[in-house]
Design a protein around this ligand. Structure first.
Ligand code: ZN
Length: 356
């Protein structure tokens, strides 16, 4: 690929626009032809990777996705990512421009300030991994990494439903629960980069075991994975519910989705209603506490767990109103992510662009 080593970020930016007048540099169209950024999504299990090439206006031009049936070790993931990056940065695609930045959205604990992956809860070999340096050295351009929920939050406030909002909480309900806080268009990281990790808020003392080893954390109760696991576990003792699950999943109970569980609850299935009640109780509790502290204007729900749509949002809205001061909850909006499963990858591209 046509990347050149750059000594620092300012140099990279200056070099890209050399020979252009200041006025020309401000032209969006011109910028888009001068270079590109690469966005990378590395999922928390390490089993799903996506890489995109985008122009400097943030338009994704080429992308590759590689879902995998198993959880590979970190070295295999990095090798695969190298191949995918080579694929989206073929000379044909870059024309006469070059890649100026790489942004990475990582589904785990990340110290964005130091560019280090602290830990992936669902995959091995990533503890204290210097991913930012790895890509910077490999590709010869500056790289910026962040947590995938932070990246998704950023994507939503720049390109999605959160546009123009001053304080946004993004919640990714998937295998785990990720969270990101975007304030005035920027991610709020806290002192050590862990701000927004709402999945590990304690909502039920001595509750179910969490992927991090703790007990009663939100993620262990209200992630998409936890909802499905609880529903299937409870249904074993209730033949009617078991039959209902088989009916909506064509006999493949393990494939039931959060959306289907919420629909069963709405149709009157008592076990599904119990599961939904628990989600409302504990997710609502966590969100109410966050709302009271942060006073966001918008909460965005993303990931497979958000597929319940209004069936999930309406009870949460009600619960937050019950628990919060009206001044904090009255103007609060709760909405489903507008970028859906694309949000982390769009976020990775946005991270790279914000760093230029
Ligand atoms: Zn936890």
């Amino acid at each position: 690929m046509t990347t050149q080593p750059t000594s620092d970020r300012t140099a990279a930016g200056t070099e890209a626009f050399s020979g252009q007048s200041v006025k020309q540099r401000n032209s969006g169209n011109l910028l888009a032809t001068q270079g590109y950024v690469v966005g990378i999504e590395l999922s928390g299990s390490g089993a799903r990777q996506s890489v995109a090439l985008a122009d400097l206006n943030g338009n994704i031009l080429h992308r590759v996705r590689r879902p995998q049936e198993y959880v590979p070790d970190s070295q295999s993931v990095l090798q695969l990512l190298d191949e995918m990056i080579a694929e989206v940065t073929k000379p044909d695609y870059l024309h006469d421009g070059r890649v100026l930045r790489v942004g990475v959205a990582v589904g785990g604990l990340v110290d964005a300030r130091l560019g280090i992956v602290k830990r992936l809860h669902h995959a091995h070999g990533w503890d204290d991994f210097p991913l930012q340096d790895y890509f910077s050295e490999k590709l010869g351009v500056p790289c910026i990494i962040d947590n995938n929920a932070n990246a998704a939050a950023l994507a939503e406030v720049v390109h999605g439903i959160g546009r123009g909002e001053r304080a946004v909480l993004y919640l990714g309900l998937g295998r785990g629960i990720g969270g990101g806080l975007a304030v005035n268009g920027r991610i709020y990281h806290g002192a050590t980069g862990i701000a927004g990790e709402v999945g590990h808020i304690v909502v039920k003392e001595d509750g179910p075991l969490c992927s991090c080893g703790g007990r009663g954390h939100l993620e262990a109760i209200a992630s998409a994975y936890a909802i499905v696991r609880t529903m299937i576990g409870l249904s074993i003792e209730y033949p009617e519910t078991e039959a209902a699950i088989r009916r909506v999943t064509d006999g493949r109970a393990e494939r039931i989705t959060v959306e289907q569980i919420f629909k069963l609850a709405a149709e009157g299935d008592q076990i599904a209603q119990r599961v939904v009640h628990d989600v409302r109780t504990y997710l609502g509790l966590a969100l109410a506490n966050i709302v009271q502290l942060v006073n966001p204007s918008l909460i965005i729900l993303g990931g497979p767990g958000a597929s319940g749509g209004e069936l999930l949002i309406a009870p949460l809205r009600e619960r937050i109103q019950e628990l919060c001061l009206p001044e904090a909850s009255q103007s609060l909006r709760i909405a489903q992510s507008s970028l859906g499963s694309e949000a982390p990858l769009v976020g990775a591209v946005t991270l790279a662009l914000q760093d230029l």
